[in-house]
Each structure stands twice: as structure tokens, then as C-alpha cells.
Design a protein around this ligand. Structure first.
Ligand code: NOJ
Length: 573
């Protein structure tokens, strides 16, 4: 039995230069942890350049580089002190330019990361705001307010930082007295900008042009749902922790406010000044796919990460429901879905899938990425992990994801099947979440451990010395070198799947309709066009394979499809 087609309202991609992002597979480079070219323990541009051929041969279409700008690195570079060059620990502007040019020569597009919600407290604008005192015009670029209470010693409202604790910090004025407070929805070193300031708006339009002029093909937009705040700064209410996990609350004072859309229209106009037009992908943690689609209206952003698959448990009915909901919402605005399974803020999916399924559990709505409680699906909950099970499911999930209509972002290391490192020693943890949560949440370092390139060496080929976080010794066998030699490895599955996805015209954001195929409760199966079926067995028993030729499977298949396995099947018509 088939159901009506999904994901078919999109126009066909007749101009790849302008529409490449609709189908693209983009590889996320967390620069600190990808490859260390100078042996200082931190990844850098030289390291990335040396590994570009690996990425080209993996078969991805584009790379997204996490922030590489000068930064005190209080939040892995999401605390920017200068938006127009590179941090010397990563390289210089010329090196960045050379990387963009190298990537282009290899046919890879380059997405940079822009951080418009906040700057570093070491940004010259914030330093001027501090130095100028309460009446300084520079303060209007940020959100400074007097405190409450007779002596102003209480924060202006009850908002909480995503990383834990109050979202307000009191400053000492130039005359040495305790003074105003400033808002920081993230770390204390990340003061929020005030987007009602025309200067702030003009500055970021200029920053976009700066990098577009240097060949950047687009930007990933950090916290795209957070820029606009209710100017009255109302209290959230007494039970702040509960409210933080309910972004679907109507009229939330700092998440997903209608005013953000005007900013995205302005940015779209900047991207459209270029030939070919540049592109945006939003990080927007919003309450529903419908709310996400608002960001993707034709005059706003091109794409936005769809985190619904991340939130969904490994359960066929949940996966089908999630996929249908996302496709339907995106269809209303003619945008492709941008599928994601892992990134630098989320527990790696091998580990998430290696925990027990909590079937029937409603997906948690969570607008924040890190202050998440221990049983949050974004972090895979607590409890023991069966890495072999998680790896089988991750292999199957890849084939599902790559067969769906739309675009895909991969996170570095998922092609090696890296699990989350959940036992990093406390004294190496660097995520601000660890300190701000009073050591109750370890934060996101476990998905940011440096990539193992070789079987041996001080940091398994990451660099010539130890990396900034230690790798588990058994990652030697997960290294790219070890997997290169094993055709059944995760690395080869990624290569083969990506190559086939390029060759099979019905995949990606093609006009080939997707239709569900009813294959039982435990199965996710769908067709693309007339001759392609993707079938995923998320249940405990083998299921029948559709008739046809299995062109790729995530594990051994022998007439039947075993549990936690997926296959791509072609019929000759
Ligand atoms: C989202 C980024 O992905 C995350 O790493 C960062 O901590 C916050 N935004 C704040 O910039």
C-alpha cells in the first residue's frame, strides 16, 4: 500500500550554481578537533587543508567550518572578538582564503559560521561599552539594564543562561562602583547584542559581505531563533527551569520571536546581491516543524537544520511520524528539509542509538542544546550504551537519511562511527556548561574529541603531539587508516552511500516523489520515484526485502533484512 507523495512541491533544480544547497551533503568541521597542522594540540586551517582530499573522496558536496575568528575560546569560538579575520591559533586571513580556494578547486562549497546573537566580552564594542559608563552610546549595542532592588543588586529579570545560572551579569563601572547588568543568554563572556540597534544590523550585513566577497558560499547562522528580545524584558515566571524547556510557550520573551524574520529578510537580500546567490542554513531550536518553516519562507533563509530526527527515538512509528511532519511543514514553503543526526552540541548518535529505546515517549521540545537534563533525547539519556547496537543503527540511519528528499549535514567523525566519549577526566573538560552547571552537567566535550586519523601516534594522527582532549585508546581501530583497509567499515559505507546518492537521479532534492510503503509496524520503508526503495528494519525480527536488486545495505542481508539494518533496493521498472 502506498500513501500520497511527500516532498514534491519543490521546484526542480535547473541551476545547480544557485540551488546546489537543496540536495547537498555538507560535512561539518569542528575546527578545533579535525586536524592539527602545527602540533599545538588544536586543529587548524593547515590541518583542514591537508585533509581536503579525504573529504572530496568521501563524496561530500560542501564543508561547514565552525567559527574560526579571533576569540578567547570561552565557548569553542562562539565568543567572537573580531568577525573579519581568523584566530591566530587557526591561521590567518590568507590561510583562510587559501582554504576556501583549495576547497573550490576540489569542487567543495564552503559554509562559514556567523554568530550574531552575541559577541565576546573582549570584542572592542563591548570593551567600549564597559569603558564608557552607563550613559555611553556604545551600551545601546548590547542589552544593559539597571538592577532591581533599592541598590540595584538584583538582576533585571529572572532569565536563565542556557549554560546554567542567571542570564545577567553586573558590571563594575569605570568609577569603581557596582553598576548596570548586561544580558548573556549563554556564557558570561558572551554578551547579547541588541538587534533593535541599526548599527548592529549594519555591522552584520557588512560582515556577511566581507566573507561573501572572499568566496564563502554561505553561512550557518548561530542561534537564529534568539536575536530579538521582548523590549519589556518580562520575567519568565517562577518555574524558570520548566519554562526554558517549553519554547512552544506563546510569546516567549527571547526565543523565536516574530521580529527575527525581518532580520532574515534583510540577510536574504544581501545573499541575493551575489552571483551565484549565497546561501544560509539556520540553527533555530523552535517548538515545531511549522515554526521552523517560517524561517524558510521564500524571502527569508534558504535552509535550517531539522533537529526532529535527533529528537526521535529509534522506533519505526516515531521515525515515520517525524519524517512526515518535517516534510509536510517544509513543503508549505517550498524548502527542502535539512536532515541532521549529530553535531558538536549533541551526544553522538552511535551512543544515542546504543541506549535502550524508550518507545512511545513523546519527543521532548527543547530549545537549548546544552543545559539539557540527563534524560534528554538530544543527549541520549543516561544508562549503559551498547556501542555495537548503536553502530548498527547508525549505519541503517545513514541510508535512511541519505535517501530522504532534501539536504544532509554530517558531523566530522560520524563517518568513522565515533561514539560519544562519556568518561573524559573532569580536569580536561572545557565546555562552559561544566562550570556554570556547578559540575552537574559535563557538557558537550564528549562529541568534540579530536579525530583519529591513524592507528598510532601521540594523538592518532590528529597532530604531532597530544590533542586538546584525549582520545580513548581503542579509537586506534576506528581511525581512518584502520577503516580504509576494511571494506565493511563505516567509512566505506559512507563513501559508497554518498557515491550512489550522486549517481541515483531520484535521490536528494529531486522531483522523484517519496511515498511511504506499508511494511509493518517495525519498518520504515519508502520509495523515491518508480524504481527505488529504502527499507529500514527498526524492529527485533528479520523482515522481507522488497523485490529487486539490493544496491547497498547497512549490514549483511541474506534474503531477509535483519534487525537494525537498512537497504536500498532498485527495481528495473
Ligand atoms: C549554538 C552553538 O552550536 C553552540 O556550540 C554554542 O555554544 C551556542 N550556539 C552559543 O553560541
Amino acid at each position: 500500500m502506498t500513501t500520497p507523495a511527500l516532498g514534491t512541491s519543490v521546484p526542480s533544480a535547473d541551476d545547480d550554481r544557485a540551488t546546489w544547497w537543496r540536495s547537498a551533503v555538507t560535512y561539518q568541521l569542528y575546527i578545533r578537533s579535525f586536524a592539527d597542522g602545527d602540533g599545538d594540540g588544536l586543529g587548524d586551517v593547515a590541518g583542514i587543508r591537508s585533509r581536503l582530499p579525504y573529504l572530496a573522496s568521501l563524496g561530500v558536496d560542501a564543508i561547514w567550518i565552525n567559527p574560526w575568528y579571533p576569540s578567547p575560546q570561552a565557548d569553542g569560538g562562539y565568543d567572537v572578538s573580531d568577525y573579519r579575520t581568523l584566530d591566530p591559533v587557526f591561521g590567518d586571513l590568507a590561510a583562510g582564503q587559501a582554504l576556501i580556494d583549495d576547497a573550490h578547486r576540489l569542487g567543495l562549497r564552503v559554509i562559514l559560521d556567523v554568530v550574531p546573537n552575541h559577541t565576546s566580552d573582549e570584542h572592542p564594542w563591548f570593551q567600549a561599552a564597559l569603558a564608557g559608563g552607563p550613559d555611553a552610546p556604545e551600551r545601546s549595542r548590547y542589552i544593559f539594564r539597571p538592577g532591581r532592588g533599592t541598590d540595584g543588586s538584583l538582576p533585571p529579570n529572572d532569565w536563565r543562561s542556557v549554560f546554567g545560572g542567571s542570564a545577567w551579569q553586573r558590571v563594575t563601572e569605570p568609577d569603581g562602583t557596582p553598576g548596570e547588568w548586561y544580558l548573556h543568554l549563554f556564557d558570561v563572556k558572551q554578551p547579547d547584542l541588541d538587534w533593535s540597534s541599526p548599527e548592529v544590523r549594519a555591522e552584520f550585513r557588512d560582515v556577511l559581505r566581507f566573507w561573501f566577497d572572499r568566496g564563502a558560499d554561505g553561512f550557518r547562522i548561530d542561534v537564529a531563533h534568539g536575536l530579538v528580545k521582548d523590549p519589556a524584558l518580562p520575567d519568565l515566571g517562577l518555574d524558570t527551569e520548566v519554562i526554558l524547556s517549553q519554547p512552544d510557550r506563546a510569546d516567549h520573551p527571547h526565543w523565536d520571536r516574530p521580529g527575527v524574520h525581518e532580520i532574515w529578510r534583510e540577510w536574504r537580500a544581501v545573499a541575493d546581491e551575489y552571483d551565484p546567490p549565497r546561501t544560509f542554513v539556520a540553527e533555530a531550536w523552535v517548538a515545531s516543524s511549522d515554526r521552523l518553516a517560517d524561517y524558510l519562507r521564500p524571502d527569508e533563509l534558504h535552509s535550517a537544520f531539522d533537529f526532529e530526527l535527533v529528537r526521535a527515538p529509534w522506533h519505526a512509528r516515531e521515525l515515520r511520524r517525524t519524517i512526515s511532519t518535517s516534510l509536510a511543514a517544509h513543503d508549505t514553503v517550498g524548502a527542502p528539509v535539512t536532515w541532521v543526526l549529530s553535531n558538536h552540541d549533541i551526544t553522538r548518535h552511535v551512543t544515542r542509538y546504543g541506549r535502550a529505546i524508550r518507545a512511545g515517549e513523546p519527543p521532548l521540545h527543547h530549545e537549548e542544546v546544552s543545559g539539557a537534563p540527563g534524560d534528554d533525547p538530544l543527549h541520549g539519556g543516561g544508562g549503559p550504551v551498547d556501542v555495537a547496537l548503536g553502530t548498527r543503527r547508525a549505519r541503517a540511519a545513514l541510508l535512511m537519511e541519505l535517501a530522504l528528499p532534501g539536504a544532509v549535514y554530517l558531523f566530522q567523525g560520524e563517518e568513522l562511527g565515533l561514539p560519544e566519549v562519556e568518561d573524559l577526566p573532569e580536569d580536561v573538560l572545557q565546555d562552559p556548561v561544566w562550570e556554570r552547571s556547578g559540575h552537574t552537567q559535563r557538557g558537550r566535550d564528549g562529541c568534540r574529541v579530536p579525530i583519529p586519523w591513524t592507528r598510532s601516534g601521540p594523538s592518532l594522527g590528529f597532530g604531532s603531539g597530544p590533542g586538546w582532549l584525549p582520545q580513548p585508546p581503542d579509537w586506534s581501530e576506528l581511525s581512518a587508516e584502520a577503516q580504509e583497509a576494511d571494506r565493511s567499515s563505516m567509512l566505506w559505507l559512507y563513501r559508497e552511500a554518498l557515491q550512489l546518492r550522486r549517481e541515483l537521479p531520484m535521490l536528494g532534492d529531486s522531483t522523484a516523489p517519496m511515498r511511504w510503503v506499508d511494511s509493518g509496524n517495525d519498518v520504515v520503508a519508502f520509495t523515491r520515484g518508480d524504481s527505488f526503495t529504502c527499507i529500514v528494519n527498526a524492529g527485533p525480527s528479520p523482515v522481507a526485502l522488497p523485490r529487486g536488486h539490493v544496491v547497498l545495505a547497512s549490514g549483511p542481508v541474506d534474503g531477509e533484512l535483519p534487525p537494525d539494518t537498512a537497504a536500498w533496493v532498485l527495481t528495473s521498472g
